[in-house]
Design a protein around this ligand. Structure first.
Ligand SMILES: CC[C@@H](C(=O)O)C(=O)SCCNC(=O)CCNC(=O)[C@H](O)C(C)(C)COP(=O)(O)OP(=O)(O)OC[C@H]1O[C@@H](n2cnc3c(N)ncnc32)[C@H](O)[C@@H]1OP(=O)(O)O
Ligand SMILES: [Co+2]
Length: 137
């Protein structure tokens, strides 16, 4: 399994990006909006993984709620799987606490599902399946 991305919540993509720009990273293409999650995303490739900056696009976005409670910072880690349906069935049978009954749309044509932070021992965990098993790099 690969670490697909590390996601950071920010109220402003340019402000959130400042440390990564200073480190010399270049954004992967244009910002992308994911309406089903109420976020706008800017991604930076670091080795085989991405840093994803998430800015809320509406007040009921999970990122807006997170920023209200905790402020800007690390929001979740995401792990790439080949077959998300199979992985959800496998983990569900072991009692894992998914936040969705079935995969939902993610960035760049991916399908994603989240595991509750209580199940993640204090960390929100996402599973990602890319189209045709592809994705970065
Ligand atoms: C860009 C698209 C896509 C991609 O392709 O990668 C994305 O990544 S979209 C990212 C945004 N979407 C989501 O996060 C969807 C899943 N999240 C949720 O359903 C909710 O955010 C949540 C995790 C259920 C939390 O919702 P909330 O209303 O805050 O619920 P609670 O108040 O009941 O929180 C429970 C408990 O969990 C703690 N918490 C909340 N968020 C996090 C977090 N990101 N990391 C760690 N812990 C978190 C929260 O503080 C509560 O703890 P206690 O107070 O101790 O109970
Ligand atoms: Co994510």
């Amino acid at each position: 399994m690969l670490l697909d991305h590390v996601a950071i919540a920010t109220p402003d993509l340019d402000a959130g990006a400042a440390p990564y720009v200073a480190l010399g990273l270049k954004a992967e293409g244009p910002d992308e909006e994911v309406p089903t999650q109420g976020v706008r995303v800017r991604a930076y490739q670091v080795g085989d993984t991405l840093i994803e900056l998430l800015m809320p696009t509406r007040p009921d976005s999970p990122i807006a709620a997170f920023l209200d409670k905790k402020g800007p910072g690390l929001h979740h880690t995401a792990y790439r799987v080949a077959d998300l349906d199979a992985e959800m069935a496998r983990l569900g049978a072991e009692g894992a606490r998914f936040l969705q009954a079935a995969p939902v749309p993610g960035r760049a044509g991916s399908r994603v599902a989240f595991l509750h932070p209580k199940w993640g021992q204090g960390t929100l965990i996402e599973l990602v399946e890319h189209p045709q098993g592809g994705g970065h790099p």
